[in-house]
Design a protein around this ligand. Structure first.
Ligand SMILES: Cc1cc2nc3c(=O)[nH]c(=O)nc-3n(C[C@H](O)[C@H](O)[C@H](O)COP(=O)(O)O)c2cc1C
Length: 347
C-alpha cells in the first residue's frame, strides 16, 4: 500500500474535475515523483476507464482517482427550477441553446464510477464532500489502494479517521474549487486557513494529513510540512501548466488579472466553490440557485457556450486565493522549481 515516505516530492497535484486534470498532466506529475490526481467527479465509467488506462501507459508513478460523494437528492419543485432558470435567462448573454428542467438521475452512480478503479487499481482513491460506505474503504484496502478524504474542520477529520481512511486532506478556506464541507450548507463554517487546520489535525488526529489551499511555491510547501503535513496538495498552481486542460480564458485571466481576486460562489453548481471573480458571480450573488449538482447541470450550456466563445465572464474559473502567483510552464518544470524552492526553504 502507498506510503507518503516513498514519494520523491511531498506534493499532490490536486484532482480537478471538469477536464483540467488530463492524463498528460497526471502522468507528468507522477513521473516527477509526486502524486498525479484525476478529478473524476462528473465522469462516466467509460471515460474513467480510458483515462486510467492512458495514465498507466504513460507512468508507473503514483496516481490518485478522486470522486465526489453526492448527497441523496429529491427533484427540486418545478416552481423552484423555474426561478433558477429565470435567473439565468436574465443574464446579459444569449447562449443559443435553451435552459431546461433537469431530470434525474442528478448525479453519477459512485458504484459504477468505481468499477474501473477496482480494475486498474491506482495507488490512491480520494473523496470530497463526505464519508463513503465502509464497504468501499474495505474494497480499496483489499486491493492495496490507500484512501484519503477531505476535511475542512476537526469534527470532519475525526469522522474520517474513525471511518478507517488512510489520510485526511485538510482543505483551508484559501482553496480553489469546491469547498469540501460534508454538508452543502453547513450552519457554521470556521473557515480555517490551511495551516491552522493542519496544525489542529496534527494535534488531534493520528493518520497523515495533506495540506490544501493557497500553496503556490516551495516556501509554502515547507510551511505546510512544518505545521505537520505529510504532503501539500496544490490545485491552482497546476492550472496554467502546459498539460492542464483548463480553458484558455481560465489560464489567461489567472495569469493576467491578479486584481480581480477570488470569491466563493454557489452560482455555478449550487455548492460553495472559490473562483476568479467574474460577471456571472457578481450578477448571480443574490439570485436563487438549485441544490448541488442540479445547478451545475443547469449552468452547463452557459459554461460550454462561454468556453467555445473564449468568454471568461461566464465560465467557472476555479482558483485559490493565491492564484496571482500561478506560473505557466510544463508540469515537470514546475515540479523541479517547487523542489528547488522547498530545498532552499529547508536550509
Ligand atoms: C480547477 C480546480 C478544480 C478542482 N476540482 C476538485 C475536484 O474535482 N475534487 C477535489 O477533491 N478537489 C478539487 N479542487 C480542490 C483541490 O482539491 C484543492 O483543495 C485546492 O486546489 C487547493 O487549493 P489551491 O487551489 O489554492 O491550491 C479543485 C481545485 C481547482 C483549482
Amino acid at each position: 500500500m502507498f506510503r507518503f515516505d516513498e514519494l520523491a516530492l511531498p506534493i499532490i497535484q490536486a484532482p480537478m474535475a471538469g477536464g483540467v486534470s488530463t492524463p498528460a498532466l497526471v502522468a507528468a506529475v507522477a513521473n516527477a515523483g509526486a502524486i498525479g490526481s484525476f478529478g473524476f467527479a462528473y465522469s462516466t465509467p467509460e471515460k474513467i476507464d480510458a483515462d486510467l488506462r492512458q495514465a498507466k501507459s504513460l507512468t508507473k508513478g503514483v496516481v490518485n482517482a478522486n470522486f465526489f460523494v453526492f448527497e441523496p437528492l429529491d427533484a427540486p419543485e418545478p416552481a423552484q427550477q423555474q426561478q433558477a432558470i429565470d435567473a439565468l435567462k436574465k443574464l446579459p448573454v444569449s447562449i443559443e441553446s435553451a435552459y431546461t428542467a433537469i431530470e434525474p438521475p442528478f448525479y453519477p452512480s459512485l458504484e459504477q464510477q468505481l468499477e474501473p478503479v477496482w480494475a486498474h487499481r491506482p495507488a490512491i482513491l480520494t473523496f470530497h464532500f463526505g464519508l463513503v460506505e465502509a464497504s468501499i474503504i474495505e474494497q480499496a484496502h483489499a486491493l492495496g489502494i490507500a484512501v484519503g478524504i477531505t476535511a475542512t474542520n476537526l469534527e470532519q477529520a475525526q469522522a474520517i479517521e474513525n471511518s478507517n481512511a488512510d489520510f485526511i486532506v485538510a482543505q483551508g478556506i484559501e482553496a480553489g474549487g469546491h469547498r469540501g464541507t460534508f454538508a452543502a450548507d453547513p450552519p457554521e463554517d470556521a473557515a480555517l486557513s490551511a495551516i491552522e487546520l493542519t496544525a489542529l489535525l496534527r494535534a488531534h488526529c493520528h493518520i497523515p494529513t495533506v495540506t490544501a489551499g493557497g500553496i503556490m511555491d516551495g516556501a509554502d510547501i515547507n510551511r505546510a510540512l512544518e505545521a505537520g503535513a505529510h504532503a501539500a496538495q496544490l490545485g491552482t498552481a497546476f492550472v496554467c501548466c502546459d498539460e492542464s486542460g483548463a480553458t484558455q480564458a481560465h489560464k489567461t485571466l489567472m495569469l493576467e488579472q491578479p486584481q480581480r481576486g477570488s470569491v466563493l460562489t454557489k452560482g455555478f453548481s449550487g455548492r460553495w466553490a472559490r473562483g476568479i471573480r467574474n460577471e456571472f458571480i457578481d450578477l448571480m450573488q443574490n439570485e436563487p440557485t438549485l441544490p448541488f449538482p442540479v445547478q451545475n447541470t443547469l449552468t452547463g450550456p452557459l459554461r460550454q457556450w462561454a468556453a467555445r466563445a473564449n468568454n471568461g465572464e461566464y465560465q467557472s474559473l476555479w482558483a485559490g486565493s493565491a492564484y496571482a502567483r500561478a506560473r505557466a510552464m510544463p508540469a515537470a518544470a514546475l515540479l523541479a522549481k517547487l523542489a528547488q524552492e522547498l530545498h532552499q526553504a529547508q536550509q
